[in-house]
Design a protein around this ligand. Structure first.
Ligand SMILES: Cc1cc2nc3c(=O)[nH]c(=O)nc-3n(C[C@H](O)[C@H](O)[C@H](O)COP(=O)(O)OP(=O)(O)OC[C@H]3O[C@@H](n4cnc5c(N)ncnc54)[C@H](O)[C@@H]3O)c2cc1C
Ligand code: HEM
Length: 408
């Protein structure tokens, strides 16, 4: 809880800081990386930095957190911080590193806002920072403890037991321990961080959702390689880590991965489920479905999946098999290009929509796919009277949605 004096100062300066927060976070990263190039090379996702996604996520989170100190909403605050804490834990972030971020963030605030940063203003924002940082540190400590690891010690080597081609551009890797022991269990929907040493000497880290059931002592991830795209206004480079994994990692190779973390997890209840995914966003859903199928779960499960075409659909056959194994499950597949296949009952051409779908009362919906897709689906679900608290989502990148002024 902020002190009353700081609350007043934050209320008075929030509009100015909020308006400048984008510039502040940009400058923060450039200052921090100038002094600590190893952080940009080996910890932060340099693809996100180039695109500005991480800057936007950080700015949104700080602005949202400060606003929530004036107008508290415990659940929203928890949702925002839990997503960050899980990402931090999957990277092995440690408490001492919060001093590094503090130093460059405040240097950036002073440089951007100039004389407006009086000692009083600096002190109030310092309080906000440490309130946020200490809450994150405590949540991260809880996550490390629950995972049975020492603070920050999340990395382990695993062996690639199998490499399976899934669809155009996607491969799965089944991962086992290097000593034959069982890998730790996880909750369906969680992800791993994978760290790879790239040819230029950088160690880049990305997250991949677990597409297997938690019960077998091994882990499976499915990676979509992102190809170079030629657009009218230039070329967008290929994805670094996804292509590295796709092109270079084969059976018996050793990978460096984190313990599983993540807060888009299957709730421990028997609510009817609606799993909505697009493209590679199917991976957490396939993990959840594998788990449900192994438990012969009888609840109502509806799966909506959208993809470019059947040949791009990762886990296409597995999805059909999993639906077949669940007593009350149905799927609805939408392909932008159906080719010359005859439409089947569940197979439609075009972009996914939920219009004809009956949704049972009390349904929990899980969404994963590109942000515009999820926004559209969320809107459609709200229109069908699914309460916002029953709609859960995962963004395959920095979550700039969580900190957005009105959580869409
Ligand atoms: C929780 C979570 C779970 C995830 N689960 C999965 C999963 O199960 N499977 C999966 O495949 N992915 C998953 N992802 C995404 C994955 O972590 C990576 O983001 C993805 O593989 C791309 O990484 P990359 O290194 O190949 O691309 P990057 O090199 O990071 O590039 C990212 C994007 O930026 C573009 N880009 C790069 N440089 C520029 C530039 N200069 N200008 C403009 N654009 C540029 C690239 O073309 C690409 O589209 C998940 C992400 C999260 C956060
Ligand atoms: C109060 C302080 C901090 C805040 C508010 C904060 C906020 C955030 C946010 C919003 C994200 C994006 C989460 C998502 O994926 O949705 C993130 C990711 C990340 N944070 Fe922090 N963070 C803080 C401290 C730190 C510290 C101390 C470090 C370590 C130096 C750190 C390293 C990272 C890294 C490496 C990522 C992933 C970046 C990426 O994938 O592009 N953060 N943080």
């Amino acid at each position: 809880m902020l002190s009353p004096a700081s609350q007043e100062t934050i209320r008075a300066t929030l509009p100015a800081v909020g308006a400048a927060i984008g510039d502040i976070t940009k400058l923060f990263y450039s200052k921090m990386f100038a002094d600590h190039p190893e952080l940009e090379r080996d910890l932060f996702n340099r693809g996100n930095q180039k695109q500005g996604d991480q800057q936007r996520a950080l700015a949104g989170a700080i602005a949202a957190f400060a606003t929530l100190q004036l107008d508290p909403d415990k659940e929203r605050q928890h949702a925002i911080l839990s997503r960050i804490a899980n990402k931090h834990a999957s990277l092995g972030i440690e408490p001492d590193q919060y001093w590094v971020v503090h130093k460059y963030l405040f240097a950036a605030i002073v440089e951007v806002l100039g004389d407006a940063v009086t000692p009083e203003v600096a002190q109030a924002w310092d309080e906000v920072y440490w309130l946020m940082a200490n809450t994150l540190i405590a949540m991260e400590a809880g996550l490390y403890e629950a995972a049975g690891v020492e603070v920050g010690k999340v990395w382990r080597e695993v062996r690639v037991a199998e490499r399976i081609h899934q669809s155009t551009d996607t491969v799965s890797f089944v991962l086992t321990s290097t000593d034959g022991s069982d890998l730790p269990t996880f909750v369906p929907g969680q992800y791993l961080s994978v760290g790879v040493n790239l040819p230029d000497g950088a160690r880049q880290i990305r997250q991949y959702s677990l597409s297997s059931a938690p019960a077998h002592g091994d882990w499976r991830i499915t990676v979509k390689r992102i190809a170079e795209r030629n657009l009218e206004d230039g070329t967008i480079p290929a994805g670094e880590v996804s292509n590295f994994l796709y092109n270079n990692v084969f059976e018996n190779d050793i990978l460096s991965v984190s313990t599983p973390f993540g807060d888009l997890t299957l709730a421990d209840d028997d609510a009817p489920l609606l799993l909505v995914s697009a493209g590679i966003g199917c991976t957490p859903m396939i993990g959840m479905l594998n788990h449900l199928a192994e438990r012969e779960d009888g609840r109502q499960v509806s799966v909506v999946h959208a993809d470019r075409s059947p040949s791009y659909h990762a886990h296409r056959l597995e999805l059909t098999e999993l639906i077949g194994r669940l007593p009350s499950a149905a799927m609805h597949r939408w392909y932008e290009d159906l080719g010359v296949r005859n439409p089947e009952a569940d197979l439609k051409a075009g972009r996914a929509d939920l219009d004809g779908l009956d949704i049972a009362p009390g349904t929990r919906a899980y969404l994963c796919g590109p942000l515009p897709f999820m926004l559209g689906m969320r809107e459609a679900l709200l229109a069908k009277d699914i309460p916002a608290e029953n709609i859960h989502y995962e963004v395959f990148g920095p979550d700039s949605w969580a900190g957005a002024p009105s959580p869409a």
